[in-house]
Structure formats: structure tokens, C-alpha cells
Write a protein that binds this ligand. Structure first.
Ligand SMILES: *[C@@H]1O[C@H](CO)[C@@H](O)[C@H](O)[C@H]1NC(C)=O
Ligand SMILES: *[C@@H]1O[C@H](CO)[C@@H](O)[C@H](O)[C@H]1NC(C)=O
Length: 389
């Protein structure tokens, strides 16, 4: 009898372990938590129309035809593209709705907010008074954080913000308008010092977001800025038809410095994860070898006028008003004098989403769908580690 009891006891014990291990599995592995929010900061590469709502000039806006002509959106939205921009594709791959502009106050912000403003730089000085600079975008984020906390409660808001992906695409305007377009700045600062200032302020912005609970970051680094049709047309050695070397040099220096900063932030900030790419080389390749990627024209803009379509007149609302529009935008790398086509946006979004060449250390899919398993230690840390103001 005693032996039977022991036997039954063992059997019961086994059942308990089995049940426990099943429920543990459910706790830690089964519900692959997916990210439900995307927050976006930056310039015209990702602006969904914030500049429609601010006091600015036509140079910083794009809410007229033929912008948006591919019809994905019913009418021009203010995106500096013939259709979508990179973050619209990323939202789609992440199974999120289109992320609304911050200044569209009627919008639902529970899947994230897009704070980006065309023409914005890291430094307030860049296009000052005409754009929402990065520091102001961070202040706007703080407002959203407060309202989400009111709406969802502290615990749920905190979880949403720590699971969210923060996508940042900024810097071009600090070099184009802020430095090359401003002789005073070139007088005050040698290029290395200026790049250091931009990167220093960008690093601060990343740390501010981290302190507010952000953990997962995506970056679009700078393109070969000297090869923008507008810069090619302004090239002092224009007769050579090449890119404006000084602009591309600043972009390269910026990207190298950003890579170094991100590598060290990954060491310093617990739980900091990011996705970056060699966007400079990626776009340079399409500019130089368009036919390898399904394009016909890598140099001249589809919409604009003058050499390379480098005069920023697309749509006839700026000065000069004269402009030409190409027949088949899908053949083109460049949509207007400054901005790539919807098709380029789609290709780079796909590259960042899956492991395209030189994407890392995480790709965006990893970040959104938490490919890496959480350890028990991470779970414990996440619940008591961070503070929220
Ligand atoms: C908008 O900008 C113009 C030109 O700079 C200025 O005269 C006007 O007062 C501004 N309006 C607002 C509401 O800020
Ligand atoms: C941020 O930019 C300002 C100029 O706007 C500069 O004076 C300051 O040194 C920069 N900060 C860092 C940390 O680089």
C-alpha cells in the first residue's frame, strides 16, 4: 500500500511538473509579443505631412500635384514623393496602419506618431523658423507620452513605449542648408567640428528617448548628398557632371561617426537594440548602376527643371514655376531635385526589413517581431528597471 502511495505520489509529481512546464512555456515562449507602435522622427525623407500644419514656405511643403501622383493616397498628403515614403512601407510590413502626423490632432496615436518635418535638422539652426527641429519633435513626443499614459494607464503606456520601434532619419539638412548653405557656419566651424556637433546632438536625442523608455531604434543614415540632382546642378565643377564632393564627404563623415556612436551606445545602454544600414553605398550603387535594380535613370529627377532636374520647381508652386514631369516615374531613382521615388523608398524599406546587405545588427523585422527570445532575467529587469516621469 505504502509502495503504491509512493508510486502514485511520483505519478502526481510528474503531472505537476508537466503542467508547470506547459504553463511556463506559455508564459515565456508562446505569445510572441509583437510591436504595436512606431514613432518617427526626422526630415522630408519621412515627413507624412506635418509641414502642412505649420507656418512655413512652399520650399518646405509638397501638398500639391504631382506629389503623390501614384494614387496610393487619394490626394497629395505633403509627402515629398510620388507616393509613399519609407516609413509607410515599414508600417505595412509591421502590420500597422499608416502612422499619422503629429499635427493631425484628430488622429489615433495608439499605433505611434510621426513627428518628422521636411527641412528639419538635428540642430535648431538648420532652416530655423521654417521647420520643426529634432528637439521640438522630442518635446512633441513627450506630449504624446503624457496623453498615452492618461489614456492607457501608466503600466500599459510604459509597455507600449518600450516595445515600440523608434525610426530616425535626420541630418541631411544640417549639412545642406545648415552648413553648405550658410557661409557663416563654414567660417565658424571646420567640417569635423560641425559633424561632431550634429552627432553630439543626435546622440543626446537618442539618449533622451532611451530615458523615456525607448529600446528599439531604426536609422536611415545619410545618402550621397552631393549626388542629389540639386547638388549635382550646384557643383562648382558642374561641367564635369559629377556629384558635389564636399556634400558627399560630410554625409560620409556623419555616417561613420553615427556608426561609432551606435556601437558604443549598444555597449553602454542596457537593452538598446538598433537597425542601421550602409544607405550611402546602397543608394550610390543605384545612382551609378540603375539598370541593375530595374531603373533606367539614376542621375536626373523625374520632376523639376534645369540641369538634372536640379531646380526645385516640381508642381509649379515654388519659384521658378516652370517644371517638367517624366512619363514613367518607375524608371527613376530621383522623384524631384532632393527626394527619391516611391520605388526607392520601397526598396530601402525591404532592405532594412529583411537582412539586406550591410543591415544590422538587427533588421527591422527582428525589432518589430521580437525574433530574439526574452530571457527570464530580461523580463524581471523590464518590470522594475526603468522609471517613468
Ligand atoms: C507666419 O510667418 C509669417 C512670415 O514669416 C509671419 O509674418 C506670420 O506672422 C506667421 N504667422 C504665424 C501664425 O506665426
Ligand atoms: C549641440 O549643438 C549646439 C549648437 O546648436 C552645440 O553648441 C553643442 O555643443 C552641441 N552639443 C553636443 C553635445 O555636441
Amino acid at each position: 500500500m505504502a509502495r503504491l502511495n509512493t508510486y502514485m505520489g511520483h505519478f502526481f509529481y510528474l503531472l505537476v511538473i508537466l503542467a508547470l512546464s506547459i504553463s511556463l512555456k506559455q508564459c515565456f515562449a508562446l505569445p510572441e509579443k509583437t510591436t504595436s507602435a512606431l514613432f518617427i522622427f526626422g526630415d522630408s525623407t519621412v515627413d507624412p505631412g506635418n509641414n502642412n500644419y505649420i507656418n512655413t514656405t512652399v520650399d518646405m511643403r509638397a501638398d500639391w500635384k504631382p506629389y503623390g501622383q501614384n494614387g496610393f493616397f487619394k490626394a497629395p498628403t505633403g509627402r515629398f514623393s510620388d507616393g509613399r515614403v519609407i516609413v509607410d512601407f515599414i508600417a505595412e510590413y509591421a502590420k500597422l496602419p499608416i502612422i499619422p502626423p503629429f499635427y493631425q490632432s484628430s488622429a489615433d496615436f495608439t499605433n505611434g506618431v510621426n513627428f518628422a518635418s521636411g527641412g528639419a535638422g538635428v540642430l535648431p539652426h538648420s532652416n530655423q523658423g521654417l521647420v520643426v527641429d529634432l528637439q521640438t519633435q522630442l518635446k512633441n513626443f513627450e506630449e504624446v507620452q503624457k496623453s498615452l499614459t492618461e489614456k492607457l494607464g501608466e503600466v500599459e503606456a510604459k509597455e507600449l513605449l518600450s516595445e515600440a520601434v523608434y525610426f530616425i532619419s535626420v541630418g541631411s539638412n544640417d549639412y545642406l542648408a545648415g552648413y553648405l548653405g550658410d557661409p557663416k557656419m563654414q567660417e565658424y566651424y571646420v567640417p569635423e567640428v560641425y559633424v561632431g556637433m550634429v552627432i553630439g546632438n543626435l546622440t543626446n536625442a537618442i539618449q533622451v528617448l532611451y530615458e523615456k523608455g525607448a529600446r528599439k531604434f531604426g536609422f536611415l543614415s545619410l545618402s550621397p548628398l552631393g549626388c542629389l540632382p540639386v547638388m549635382r546642378a550646384l557643383n562648382p565643377k558642374a561641367s564635369e557632371g559629377g556629384c558635389f564632393e564636399a556634400a558627399s564627404g560630410l554625409a560620409l563623415a556623419h555616417n561613420n561617426a553615427l556608426n561609432a556612436v551606435l556601437t558604443s551606445l549598444e555597449q553602454l545602454l542596457k537593452g538598446f537594440k538598433y537597425c542601421n544600414s550602409e544607405f550611402y553605398a546602397w543608394l550610390d550603387d543605384r545612382i551609378s548602376n540603375p539598370s541593375n535594380y530595374g531603373f533606367k535613370e539614376g542621375v536626373t529627377a523625374c520632376c523639376g527643371t534645369g540641369p538634372y532636374g536640379g531646380v526645385y520647381s516640381c508642381g509649379g508652386k515654388r519659384k521658378p514655376t516652370e517644371y517638367q514631369l517624366c512619363d514613367n516615374v518607375d524608371d527613376y531613382v530621383w522623384w524631384d531635385s532632393f527626394h527619391p521615388t516611391d520605388r526607392i523608398h520601397e526598396q530601402i524599406a525591404k532592405t532594412l526589413w529583411k537582412n539586406g546587405p550591410s543591415v544590422g545588427p538587427y533588421n527591422l523585422e527582428d525589432l518589430f517581431f521580437n525574433k530574439e527570445k526574452l530571457t527570464i532575467a530580461d523580463t524581471v529587469d523590464a518590470s522594475d528597471g526603468e522609471r517613468f516621469q
